[in-house]
Design a protein around this ligand. Structure first.
Ligand SMILES: NC(=O)c1ccc[n+]([C@@H]2O[C@H](COP(=O)([O-])OP(=O)(O)OC[C@H]3O[C@@H](n4cnc5c(N)ncnc54)[C@H](O)[C@@H]3O)[C@@H](O)[C@H]2O)c1
Length: 346
């Protein structure tokens, strides 16, 4: 299959590109190369003659039309987005432009391309979204595909809007789509502004390890390679117009994640004092959702997909990867905003 992946130079998109190439697919990686992109993430896949790269911005409709006309994909996997909640608090405009208007442009470009090709039933546009569109849970319950949308940050509101557009283009124009909403990802090539890489790198540097609020917020952690596998499964076998929640079956409080990483580093990089001594509680994120948890029943029962690693295994692999790939993360630490506290609002 020839798959056009938007956002293939980002964290999850690059895992999709690597796995799709390894599985024998042709891949067109379309990415604007924002601050969050890193083409090194796909360096090995890029040596394949089944890989092509297009630098294009979702906000540039003619560029999307040109990429589709030139490469003629069988499917589109749409991952390109502004993705950091803290940045969405400081500057929501880019989230509206890329996540909403950009998705609209992609839907219209895909519709024109699909219509001109005779509306093939086999075509798929797979929209990748987040569990954050469902809002915040109390201590009990899980998000299902039928949970009402209740986004609470500029990021999650922009993703919710994009999900609604994708469903509308399916219902109104018949565009063949599938959707997925996943929980928090972690793993290799995670950009060093997100919680898990921040903890690893601050711990290694001997700096204070910032934990928002009391660290009580609960997330359902999904290893990125498992997520990419789930996405390729849904693309190929998911039912038309249907959405699937993807979770790692790994709920944990932030403070427990931080302590686990510190304990792994105490073993792998021992020093005189425990890394956990560096933990520092800082002002909470405004509107910080308390708990996310995914009910993965639909993808498990209909498509037979389950995550392959536990949280402990995934964190062990992740810490090992950061220790072995210092040049990768060092090169990203100079990027704008990395290593500083963002998203405190006023
Ligand atoms: N990371 C997570 O835990 C998580 C969880 C749930 C859902 N998601 C969703 O998965 C997708 C990928 O997330 P990620 O963490 O890999 O993001 P990321 O920030 O690591 O990568 C995003 C990529 O999109 C590209 N991009 C941004 N704006 C663009 C534009 N206007 N035109 C073209 N390319 C553009 C960037 O250059 C970057 O390569 C996003 O849609 C995100 O909402 C992520």
């Amino acid at each position: 299959m020839k798959i056009l992946v938007t956002g293939g130079a980002g964290f999850i998109g690059s895992a999709v590109v690597r796995q799709a190439i390894a599985a024998g697919h042709q891949v067109v990686n379309l990415d604007a190369l924002t601050y969050a992109a890193c083409l090194d993430n796909v360096a090995e896949a890029a040596t394949s003659d089944r890989y092509a790269f297009v630098q294009a911005d979702l906000r540039d409709r003619p560029a999307l039309d040109a990429a589709l006309a030139e490469h003629r994909p069988d499917a589109i996997m749409h991952l390109a987005a502004e993705s950091h909640v803290d940045r969405s608090i400081d500057g929501p405009g880019a989230f509206i432009e890329t996540n909403i208007t950009g998705t609209y442009n992609l839907l219209e470009a895909a519709r024109a391309y699909w219509t001109a090709a005779g509306r093939p039933e086999s075509f798929r546009l797979h929209h990748i979204s987040t569990d954050e569109v469902f809002g915040s849970l109390g201590p009990e319950g899980q998000f299902t595909e039928d949970t009402a949308y209740d986004p609470r940050s500029p990021y999650s509101a922009s993703k919710a809007a994009s999900d609604h557009l994708v469903r509308a283009w399916h219902e109104t124009y018949g565009l063949p789509v599938v959707l997925t909403n996943c929980s928090n990802n972690y793993g290799p090539y995670h950009f060093p502004e997100k919680l898990i890489p921040v903890v690893i790198l601050k711990a290694l540097a001997g700096d204070p390890i910032p934990v928002y609020g009391a660290g009580e917020n609960v997330r359902d952690w999904l290893y990125v390679e498992d997520h990419a596998d789930a996405l390729l499964t849904v693309l190929q076998r998911g039912a038309l117009g249907r959405s699937y929640n993807i979770g790692g079956e790994n709920e944990a409080r932030n403070i427990d994640i931080v302590r686990t990483i510190c304990a792994i580093l105490d073993r792998m990089r021992p020093k005189d004092t425990p890394h956990a001594d560096q933990i520092t509680f800082v002002t909470d994120r405004p509107g910080h959702d308390m708990r996310y948890a995914i009910d993965p029943g639909r993808i498990r029962e209909e498509l037979g997909w389950r995550p392959s690693v536990t949280l402990e295994q995934g964190l062990e692999k992740t810490v090992t990867w950061y220790l072995e790939n210092e040049p990768w993360w060092r090169a990203l630490q100079d990027r704008q905003g990395v290593g500083t506290r963002l998203g405190q609002a006023s």
